[in-house]
Design a protein around this ligand. Sequence first.
Ligand code: ZN
Length: 429
Amino acid sequence: MATATETPVPPEAGTLGDLIVPRFLRYVRIWTTSDRRVNDTPSTPGQWELAKVLVQELRDLGLSDVELSEHCYVIARIPATAGRESVPAVGFMAHLDTASDVSGKDVKPVVEKNYSGARIDLAGGLCLDPETEPDLAAHRGRDLIHSDGTTLLGADDKAGIAILMTMLEYLDRHPEIPHGPVEIIFTPDEEAGKGLAGIPLEKIRASACYTLDGGPLGELEGECFNAYKADVEFSGKAIHVGTARGILANAVAMAASYACMLPRSESPEATDGYYGYYCPMDIRGDLENARLEVFLRDFEPEGMRRRMEALEHFARAVESQFPGGTVRVNLQVQYLNMKEKIRQRPEVMELLREAFVRAGVEARLKPVRGGTDGSRLTELGIPTPNIFTGGRNYHSRLEWVSVDEMAAACRVVIELVRVWVERAWAEQT
Ligand SMILES: [Zn+2]
């Protein structure tokens, strides 16, 4: 991976950074941790709070076409500049919630202006160590933001929101920049993995969209995992444990036995790049009934089929270990690889690459080892690649974000709006 310093910071990045940082600091202080065990959208009330703040800020930018849907989707439409009304609308998306892996309540962001390059000690004995993080070492002399160590930071995805809000502010301050219709969509519960449940799709006008939900400078993502969730149900046979010999089928032991069959060499911690995995996410139960939740991830449909079959084989193996017990595997798709659908609309990536060039950022195409709302929106027919935001160590207390790189991402999206209108305009005239 290229270090951040190898790519020049685009022009005006300083100014953009000054606009982005106060917004970012405001947004991360709002508690928007989502909860994947809750079925309602949004899953948590804090997401409403951020959504309402954003609606007000969008209106303060002079936008009249701003709505907050019944499921907490913020949709704002920025009209085209005069004469560009017939250009197809381009959309941008970021998510309101933060991951539940680590607390996101009472986030206290710390701004390191002109970072000294020294180890940064955080609460609870944690530290950000430039010795072990080359990207951090490369930020010596630059500005970065981290949490105090008691919570995550929430750059995933409030960096994306701050970048998009700043893009709008920039366009508002520069009415001389021609653009077509632009649509901004802020979504709830991305981290809860509900795949845009409740999105008012009929209201979306964008023919293509871009999510701002990536990592380090230059990352550009047009493919992601195929993702399934398996709820594995274990039905045992309960009886007083003093007289259980030959009768008890212990559902707790069945679930544990099943979890141990998931190959450790195909776990998230043992894989990277294009390797998929199995990941047990939750286990609970008693003697009679137990339940194990397993995430399956694979870039190729063939690999996913193999994993699904393996889960059935493990089920039969556990049944034979525990006479009288039964195991049922219930599979549910979470999102699918967006690669094929994005390939069908080549201009979506071409224009993005052109925007990177103009912004002076070297693009690095990379598979997303996860999904974004973009994967789901792509499935729904709107191709939606993902762009970096400058964050690191997501979903952890060690999360930090580079101010220069947020500014670079902002520069990319401003250029993208420009190339989008230029291309469409050239085709129409
Ligand atoms: Zn995210």
